[in-house]
Design a protein around this ligand. Structure first.
Ligand code: PAF
Length: 300
């Protein structure tokens, strides 16, 4: 596996592959990450391998998407171990840029430039759910993802479904800014307990892990209510709420059901596939999860 730090090294490494005999039309799949890799990330690499000949993974902890008081400084940075895992997973190229490679004019300027670009605004959707809890997070996320797309110029980009609101916003941005790029959403990878894998799970001790598991348990209760007992969305939410509220150590932020095509909450008339979202703090660690729920038409 090659490692590139600068933009020049990145494009030289990709060009080198394209210059190989018969590889001029080689397809590139891209997996952007912030490192602290786990099995969930490695499943994104495998998904990328299904689509393309060359898989590029980036590791960059993006300062623009962390608010004041968030965990930017303590976010786990484990580059050596990550590189090892990526090598084993068969990734072709690791792009691990420094801040000045991603934002050559500086962070403040990058922020200002992104704020002037309407395509990089997360808008109303970016102010709800995760965006309400983390003001500015999604604008910073879109800024870095667009910048990484410019640098890597992939044919495919793979994101994990756990960050459903992020994927929604990236798809919307890419549709206008990178119309030839295919955004692939890969399923959530879970621990045997049901806990969705996340780099932030490293912050959880054993007691906190038993609380964290309750997020996935709660949304599964909501799903079962809807799909087995034909509950409408409001009733499915109540069932899931009852479950999570029985665990006071999990400080619930939101539990909602949205239409995945708009990311807006649905009402009880909704029929089709929706997404139940949950976010809660376990100690000082913020966790999110989601699950699809099929709401059937009801006949009187
Ligand atoms: O999901 C993440 O890890 C980050 O938000 C991303 C997409 C790599 C952008 O920094």
């Amino acid at each position: 596996m090659k490692i590139a730090v600068t933009a020049q090294e990145l494009s030289a490494a990709i060009d080198e592959e394209r210059d190989l005999p018969g590889c001029a039309a080689l397809k590139v799949a891209f997996v952007p990450t912030m490192g602290a890799l786990h099995a969930g990330h490695l499943s994104l690499v495998r998904k990328a391998q299904e689509y393309a000949d060359l898989v590029v993974v980036s590791i960059f902890v993006n300062p623009l998407q962390f608010g004041a008081g968030e965990d930017f400084d303590k976010y786990p940075r484990t580059l050596e171990a990550d590189a090892e895992l990526l090598k084993e997973a068969g990734a072709d190229l690791l792009f691990a840029p420094t801040v000045d490679v991603v934002y050559p004019a500086g962070i403040d300027m990058a922020n200002q430039q992104a704020a002037r670009n309407p395509a990089l605004q997360s808008g109303e959707v970016g102010k709800t759910f995760e965006g309400a809890a983390r003001p500015g997070h999604f604008d910073g996320m879109l800024a870095v993802v667009a910048r990484l797309f410019e640098l890597v110029q992939p044919d495919f980009a793979v994101f994990g479904a756990k960050d459903a609101q992020q994927v929604f916003l990236i798809k919307r941005m890419a549709a206008t800014e990178f119309p030839d790029l295919h955004i692939i959403e890969a399923p959530i990878v879970r621990e045997a307990s049901g806990l969705a894998m996340s780099s932030r799970n490293r912050y959880l001790d054993e007691a906190a892990l038993t609380v964290a598991v309750q997020l996935s348990k709660a949304i599964n209760v909501g799903k079962a209510a809807a799909e087995t007992l034909a509950a409408r969305p409001s009733v499915a939410i109540k069932a899931a709420l009852a479950r999570i509220e029985s665990v006071p150590e999990a400080k619930l932020d939101y539990l909602a059901v949205v239409d995945p095509s708009t990311f807006e909450p649905i009402d009880d008339a909704f029929v089709g596939r929706a997404l139940m979202l949950i976010a809660a703090a376990v100690g000082s660690t913020r966790l999110i999860d989601n699950i699809t729920i099929d709401f059937q038409e009801q006949f009187a």
